[in-house]
Structures are given as structure tokens and as C-alpha cells.
Design a protein around this ligand. Structure first.
Ligand SMILES: [Zn+2]
Ligand SMILES: [Zn+2]
Length: 444
């Protein structure tokens, strides 16, 4: 069958089931759940996929689910991903009793992913494609509620905070060759789609300065002031800033969680939290080394001790330009040839665990309109369900068809050309090596 005919069949199927797709997205909006707790959301996804008459694997990483199409075919495998988790924003009018609400629009991408699956499967189009497809509902994208995730780590239920990181670790992506998803975005201008994305990665740091307490009035000379160490450290970090290249978009944020107990005692223990963000893995690790030197120097100057607990948050996102071009053509077709509302590139200092995927394989991550009000805020609201749910479902399905049609020619070319920054093994090693505790002890 001609590729045009396949796309037409798929789009007709999505149009026929428009209400069902939007209903799934709306339903997920009413059950906002945080990472690795997406029980109801997973249930909705499982029911939807099962209604397409396919086998579904449930709880792929604590929660989440997936189905595989064409597992008997040769060709490359493409994963189409939807994220399950909500955020917390108690002031949002739709937040539930514990403040959870889908104001990052993950219910929108779930609806789009399920709609894409419905189009490809129900139309029978998949039979004409020469590659495999995973439709995946993936847990825990937002890096929040970390105490709960630590408890899952402690009971060996997960190794990583991020759902995609966890799935890489579990081997779910072992035979996946490329990945795609989309994210809802509130456009402040007249645009409605961004094709390519570059976002920062980050290292999360928990820092403890340990000194010696002593009466602040009578014998401060006998103390080792942990609070002063933390202020020195902050100044040392600030002194590094001119060494960062503009294009690396380095951001170093610090807070003091605990700054001492009482003012008339030299503080013996101060805890800080820091986040080191940058646009490349190299810049991230370089900036982190400088931050650790700064912390070390502060402890050395005062003759105290610093304990630094580092862990990799997410890696930088760099999406694949060729996948982007294919998606763009399809999006323009859905906009009746109007390309004036498309923005080519989004560069942001924010982070997502889809960044980790983009270091391993070619990835597509467009941002599509249909919502208004800033993400993660009380102003977020749905404004255009057709653009939010249906257009992305169609554009992703058309892109899948393009990639896997005719012996998966386009997918194979893109995979061939792609140079991964990591293999699975080197990625997991990198995560382990950079999840480390450093102790510098100069206690006198
Ligand atoms: Zn978010
Ligand atoms: Zn999000």
C-alpha cells in the first residue's frame, strides 16, 4: 500500500475515535499522581491499550505499562512514550486534596501517545510497516517527592529517581533504536509547535559542613565555624562563574537548609543543597568539579570537614534533527500547509529525563500548544483539545509511518548516522561514578 494511503487510514481512525482519545486524557487529568505512584493513571492506560486488542505488560517500573507491536518483524524498534506523573501545585484550582495536579500536561501527552497507538493499531497500518513499535506509559519524569523515591531505593524497588533512567537500567530499552514523545507547551506568541529541543542536564548535591561548637562569646577561638565554611563556599562558587562558557548555560543554585542551632554557639553543622546545571555532559562535570573544589577549599580554610553527596539528576537533551524534519513535514500537513506557526528550536536551562534517552539514541521531543498559562503554575489550563491531543497523536503516527515504511529506510538511515554519547553500559557506569560521596576532612 502507498504511504499516503497508510497515513490516510491512520488519520481517519484517529478522527473516528477523537472522543475516546480526549476522554482518556481528561480522565488522567482527574487522577494526578506523583512519580512511581501512578496506579490509577497506569490503569487508565492499560484499559485503553487493551481495548485495542493487544497484550500489555503492566508495572514496567513500579508503575507504568507498555505494548509491543510487530515483535515478529525484523527492522528497527521505535518507542513512543507518554509520561504518567503529575506535579504538585496546591494553589491550582484542579489540584486534589494533597495538592497534585497535571499542570505539566502529562495527561495530554498520555492522550496523544494512546491516540497514536490507536491510529496505528486499529487501522491495521502496522502490518505495512517494517519495524517494531513500543507504546510506553512511563513513570516518574518530574524530579520531586524524593523522600518517597529514596524509600523505594532503600527497599530495592528502584535504582534511579527518573522513570526512563530506571527503565534503561532494567533493560526495557535494550532493543529500542529510537524514541519519540511530545510535551504540551503554553505559547506566549502566535506559535503552536517547536520541533527541536536542547535542555540542560544537572547534578544534584547534598552538602554537610562539619566544624566544632564552642561558646560564641566566651571561646569562639576554640570553635570551627561550619556556617562560615558555607559562606566561604558560596563565595568560592561565585568566583568560578566567569570561567563558564556562555553557550554551556551553566547554572549553579545553592540553598542553606540548616544554618546552625543557636546564635550564641559557633555552629558545628550546616547543611546545604546545590544543583549544577549545564548544556553538555562535559560542562556539567567540569562545573561540578569546580563546585567541589570550592567546597573543599572552604573546609580547608577553616580546618573543618565537608561531606558532599553527588548524584546525577538528568542528562542534557539534544533531539535528533532528522526525526525533527520528518515530524515537521507531517505537522505542516496537518496545519493545511501553514508553516508560519512552527518554531524550529527551543533552548532551555530546564531539564528532563528524556535527555538521558537522547544521549543513547535518536530522539524526537516536539512541544505542542493547546494549553495556556505557564507549566507548573496555577495558571495552567487546557485551551484547545484538538491541538493538544489529536494533532500530536496524528503527527506522531505519521512520523512512525515515515520512519518504518519501505524496509524502515528512513529509520535505518537515522540510526546509522547517529553517534551516541554513551552505550547502555558506559551510561550506567557514568551514573554510578557520579553518584558518589566525597569527604574532605581538615579537622584540626
Ligand atoms: Zn514538568
Ligand atoms: Zn513535563
Amino acid at each position: 500500500m502507498e504511504i499516503k494511503e497508510l497515513k490516510k487510514l491512520c488519520l481517519e481512525e484517529i478522527d473516528k475515535n477523537r472522543d475516546k482519545i480526549i476522554e482518556a486524557g481528561r480522565k488522567i487529568y482527574t487522577t494526578p499522581e506523583l512519580g512511581y505512584k501512578e496506579v490509577e493513571t497506569t490503569k487508565t492506560a492499560v484499559e485503553f491499550l487493551k481495548s485495542l486488542d493487544v497484550d500489555v505488560v503492566e508495572n514496567i517500573a513500579v508503575t507504568g505499562c507498555m505494548t509491543t507491536i510487530n515483535s515478529d518483524k525484523q527492522g528497527p524498534k521505535v518507542a513512543v512514550i507518554g509520561e504518567l506523573d503529575s506535579v504538585v501545585c496546591p494553589e491550582h484550582k484542579d489540584s486534589n486534596e494533597i495538592g497534585n495536579v497535571h499542570c505539566c500536561g502529562h495527561n495530554v501527552q498520555m492522550g496523544g501517545m494512546l491516540g497514536c497507538a490507536l491510529g496505528i493499531i486499529n487501522s491495521g497500518v502496522y502490518k505495512y510497516l517494517d519495524g517494531k513499535i513500543n507504546f510506553m506509559a512511563v513513570p516518574a519524569e518530574e524530579c520531586i517527592d524524593l523522600e518517597f523515591r529514596k524509600s523505594l531505593q532503600d527497599s530495592n524497588q528502584i535504582k534511579y529517581f527518573g522513570g526512563k533512567q530506571e527503565l534503561v537500567h532494567r533493560g526495557t530499552f535494550d532493543d529500542v533504536d529510537m524514541c519519540m514523545m511530545f510535551h504540551a507547551l503554553n505559547f506566549e506568541n502566535d506559535k503552536n509547535c517547536v520541533i527541536n529541543s536542547y535542555t540542560n542536564g544537572f547534578i544534584a548535591k547534598s552538602i554537610t559542613f562539619v566544624g566544632k561548637s564552642s561558646h560564641a562569646g566566651i571561646t569562639p577561638n576554640l570553635g570551627i565555624n561550619a556556617y562560615v565554611m558555607s559562606t566561604l563556599a558560596t563565595n568560592n562558587i561565585n568566583a568560578q562563574r566567569e570561567t563558564f562558557k556562555d553557550e554551556d548555560k551553566v547554572r549553579i543554585s545553592t540553598i542553606i537548609n540548616h544554618g546552625g542551632d543557636v546564635v550564641n554557639v559557633v555552629p558545628s553543622k550546616v547543611t546545604m543543597e546545590a544543583m549544577v546545571r549545564a548544556a553538555t555532559v562535559e560542562a556539567m562535570t567540569d562545573a561540578n568539579k569546580k563546585v567541589n573544589r570550592s567546597l573543599n577549599a572552604a573546609a580547608m580554610a577553616l580546618g573543618g570537614k565537608v561531606i558532599i553527596e553527588d548524584s546525577i539528576g538528568f542528562l542534557p537533551l539534544a533531539t535528533n534533527i532528522d526525526m525533527g524534519s520528518i515530524f515537521k513535514e507531517n505537522f505542516i500537513e496537518l496545519m493545511d500547509g501553514d508553516d508560519t506557526r512552527i518554531e524550529e528550536t527551543l533552548v532551555s536551562a530546564g531539564s528532563t529525563d528524556f535527555g538521558d534517552m537522547s544521549q543513547l539514541m535518536p530522539c524526537l521531543h516536539p512541544w505542542i500548544g493547546g494549553v495556556s498559562g505557564a507549566l507548573h503554575t496555577k495558571d495552567y489550563t487546557m485551551s484547545d483539545e484538538e491541538l493538544a491531543y489529536i494533532v500530536p497523536a496524528k503527527a506522531m503516527a505519521m512520523t512512525l509511518i515515515d520512519l518504518l515504511y519501505d524496509d524502515s529506510k528512513k529509520a535505518k538511515e537515522i540510526i546509522e548516522e547517529f553517534k551516541p554519547s554513551f552505550t547502555k553500559e558506559s551510561y550506567l557506569n557514568f551514573m554510578d561514578e557520579n553518584t558518589d560521596t566525597h569527604v574532605f576532612d581538615y579537622t584540626i
